[in-house]
Design a protein around this ligand. Structure first.
Ligand SMILES: [Zn+2]
Length: 238
């Protein structure tokens, strides 16, 4: 049985509430992994399957659009909810934020549908573009994290790069170090768009000291990978 989690708002982190690691914090790397490598990846497969049904002729274009829009709505709600720390923490304002995001995705989807209708797209291009819709849910997750931390008193954040995706904008934003929450360009709104897999790190109280910039910039991805490997052996934080 997989372990259960609960959200702790003062630390803005999930804890295991069952299993061998009951009471321990779930590492940030682990949560990011659940969102990106498990959840978003699984939803790419869901979208791909809906796409296959259009290709095979099982679905009409209009029905395909409805099914994709429903899948996208679920995807963004769940990604946001994970970033905010659970469904019971969602406020009417959060639902408004999710609604605005989903509405934008619907508009992009409408353009996609129109492009499919004109037929100037290979099957590979079609499936590739469809798959990219799932990627944008990562930015929804990160948006929710920003909103959640800010509402619980975290004033500072900094961008932590994923070494495998380092567009010039992510590099320069990371180089700015600690900044006031809400002042940096959002993850997913930069040059690398939906492919952005940076992470936010947050802090409370006084503005934190800058750590060694060389280490942060050159080894962030490597250290991130190492942290993930060591995660299984880490001692409880409290
Ligand atoms: Zn980037």
């Amino acid at each position: 049985m997989s372990p259960t989690f609960a959200f702790d708002s003062s630390s803005q982190r999930f804890r295991y509430t069952s299993g061998a690691r009951n009471g321990e914090y779930v590492s940030q790397a682990k949560i990011k992994d659940i969102v990106d490598r498990e959840y978003i990846r699984s939803q790419k497969a869901v979208l791909g399957a809906i796409g296959d049904r259009l290709i095979s002729g099982e679905l009409e274009l209009a029905d395909w659009e409805v099914e994709v829009s429903q899948a996208l709505k679920t995807l963004h709600i769940n990604s946001y909810t994970l970033g905010k720390g659970g469904i019971e923490r969602l406020t009417p304002r959060d639902y408004g934020t999710i609604g605005a995001k989903v509405k934008r995705e619907y508009a992009y989807l409408r353009n996609f549908t129109n492009d499919v209708a004109t037929g100037e797209m290979s099957i590979a291009q079609f499936q590739n573009r469809l798959s990219m819709y799932a990627d944008t849910a990562f930015s929804t997750y990160q948006q929710a994290r920003v909103i959640s931390h800010r509402s619980d008193g975290f004033e500072w954040y900094r961008n932590i790069r994923n070494a495998s995706e380092s567009c010039s904008e992510c590099i320069s934003i990371s180089a700015q170090g600690w900044q006031q929450v809400g002042t940096l360009v959002a993850i997913g709104a930069r040059k690398c768009k939906g492919g952005d897999r940076c992470n936010w790190e947050f802090a409370k109280g006084d503005k934190p000291e800058e750590t060694n910039r060389f280490i942060t910039d050159f080894y962030a991805g490597w250290i991130g990978g190492l942290a993930l490997e060591q995660e299984e052996e880490r001692e409880p934080i409290s």
